[in-house]
Design a protein around this ligand. Sequence first.
Ligand SMILES: [Zn+2]
Length: 341
Amino acid sequence: MSVAVVYNPTHVYHNMKGSPESPERISDIYKYLKSTMGAQLSFIEVREPVSMDEVLNVHTPQYLEFLERMSMRGPTYLGDSTYLNNYSYMAALIAAEASIVAADNVLDAEHDYSYALIRPPGHHASSDMYGGYCLLNNAAIVAKHVMERGLRKIAIIDWDAHAANGTMKIFYSSSEVLLISLHRDPSDFYPHEGFIHQIGRGSGTGFTVNIPMPKGAGDPEYKLVFDDIIDPIIRDFNPDFIIGENGFDAHSADANIGLKLSERGYVNILKKIKSYGKLFTMIQEGGYNKKNRYRDRKNTNFKFGRGLKKEKAEKIILPKDTVRGKYSQMQGKDFGFVDVE
Ligand SMILES: [Zn+2]
């Protein structure tokens, strides 16, 4: 089995002091995978933004203009936990591109599976609204992309602790994209959507499946739900492609959430999806527990800040013919953009 890990290293510039949605969330996973499974995995770094055509398949031009304008004005919060700094819009465009690269990698049979290890996350973003740290809906952009490449039926399975309400809204009337979201019961929990009665609309009725999990649910409960609910739905729908929205916040270590998946529980979810025998890519969403932070065992003095400084010394490389131009012209802002000749 071969797996590609697609990473957007410049995500580190998208940050806000004090926010749990920090660069270390993803950088640490990347460092961990490289040091423990470096020989088994193929690592691909993406530094270019997605084409606007791909984004406009999902998001409205007005919303994209809003994000760009607010990003250039930042750093700022958008009214909830979602924040933007001067680099954030670009980071979101590159995260979307990395997600597409991951999907294409599987579609082109370069690897059996792929993992878009990216941020900012996407599953709370709808076509014209941010939310819960999410700016662009990466999974939705990928779903539209693989459909443009000729696939007809896409299944998105989301096991982040929070409901995939943005993804749900984007495909609520679609019978071509099946969304299954397992998440903590939203009655008293963000995003206060993703209820069992929300099943889709019009021809999309039945193609949204929300599975609220009670507080305290863990490996046995997730296994039960996959065996008794998700398996028959997936086999009946028979998707051409499966997109996983992976959140590590359903792990028991994310103590404020109240779900109890273990490492084994996460492995079981992936084994189950593998058993469907479909093309599969996984996109990173949430997961915030600081205690799970990776520490390099060979270097006990390892600190993220040190690594960040080193990464900052590198120049970000972006193609000339992108929105990058606008960013590099901003007064007094130096993101170290360099033109690619
Ligand atoms: Zn989450």
